[in-house]
Design a protein around this ligand. Sequence first.
Ligand SMILES: Nc1ncnc2c1ncn2[C@@H]1O[C@H](COP(=O)(O)OP(=O)(O)O)[C@@H](O)[C@H]1O
Ligand SMILES: [Mg+2]
Length: 361
Amino acid sequence: MASYEDILENLSEGLIAVDMGGRVSIFNQSAEKMAGVSRSLVIGRELKDAFKRDERLVDMLTKTLKEGRLFAEYEEKLHRRLGGTTPVGITTSQVFDPDGNLTGAVALIKDLSGIKSLEAGSLHKERLAYIGTFAANLAHEIKNPLSGIRGAAQLLAKKVKDESLSDYMNVIMKEADRLNLILNDMLDFARPARLEKKPLNIHKVLDSVVLLLKDGLTPEALVKAYDPSIPDVDGDEGQLTQVFLNLVKNAKEALDKNGEIRISTRIITEFHLIGDGSATGKMVSIEVRDNGCGIKEEDLEQIFTPFFTTKPKGSGLGMAITLKIVKEHNGLLKIDSTPGEGTVVTVYLPIAERQETTCRV
Ligand SMILES: Nc1ncnc2c1ncn2[C@@H]1O[C@H](COP(=O)(O)OP(=O)(O)O)[C@@H](O)[C@H]1O
Ligand SMILES: [Mg+2]
């Protein structure tokens, strides 16, 4: 039969027990995980010293021990030793020996992070759907008057003889064009999926993107490392062009003088994704790597949020649109970035069942 120790040790809840002096006497494996600290650093120490930042936990256990107050599923955050917090539910009780003497107190700690992120996830989705419709309507409404303004400025520019005034007209037209680009991005983002998928040579897509964006880059700054043997992917040419336009454009904007963008492709024959069976089997991977400024850790989780931008003239829609299109292709997007070193974005796309380029006569 399992011993009490083994059972406590293997509980999925964290368990912290203190003796009558308020010193930690038990600290199981799950508690170690949630607090991010080894028991060797806490056992035998006074709770209030070992958990300086978790005042509520200390307070609750002390009140349980001294006053007999009990707490049930009390929602709190536990500080992890190396930064960050774990949302937890804390339940406390007193501990008695067989003779009925009080010997200490115990806290049972339930990890709520899974539940919390589920809640946050569904809220996030609803909000995104709302922003999407809102943005599309707004974009529509603004586009027409804007083209009116631009047209009128253009007419005026032709009629006005005064040079200094026509400069102003040009400003109006240039800014109207920029606004129009942002509105197009907004409409792209909100557009319902209407993909025309066919077997597609992804190198052709990448080449057209490079052609559009190579201005301002030296030939050495743009390296193509294609695997010529990769099969066609199953994709919508226009949409995928948009994906790589966004990614290469971001890479270009992140570079300084001696920067380099490297676009590589390869085939992944054994693609497995833990926890989500939607993407298994053969995939093509397309990697866009730059050695530019990189992305700060706190920004990384935001970059797919519509309108999040760190650029003075950015729309903040590029990554949101990119992720949306990749998902519509049953693909995956992975991003790795180190501030000061650069960014690697990898897109995985399913290969086409029917291969256009192979000849079967
Ligand atoms: N390759 C990259 N290098 C550095 N930062 C990047 C890169 N790609 C994306 N980002 C960050 O993500 C943000 C959002 O990107 P995006 O959605 O394309 O909007 P925008 O380019 O208009 O700012 C950028 O403002 C930037 O901070
Ligand atoms: Mg961008």
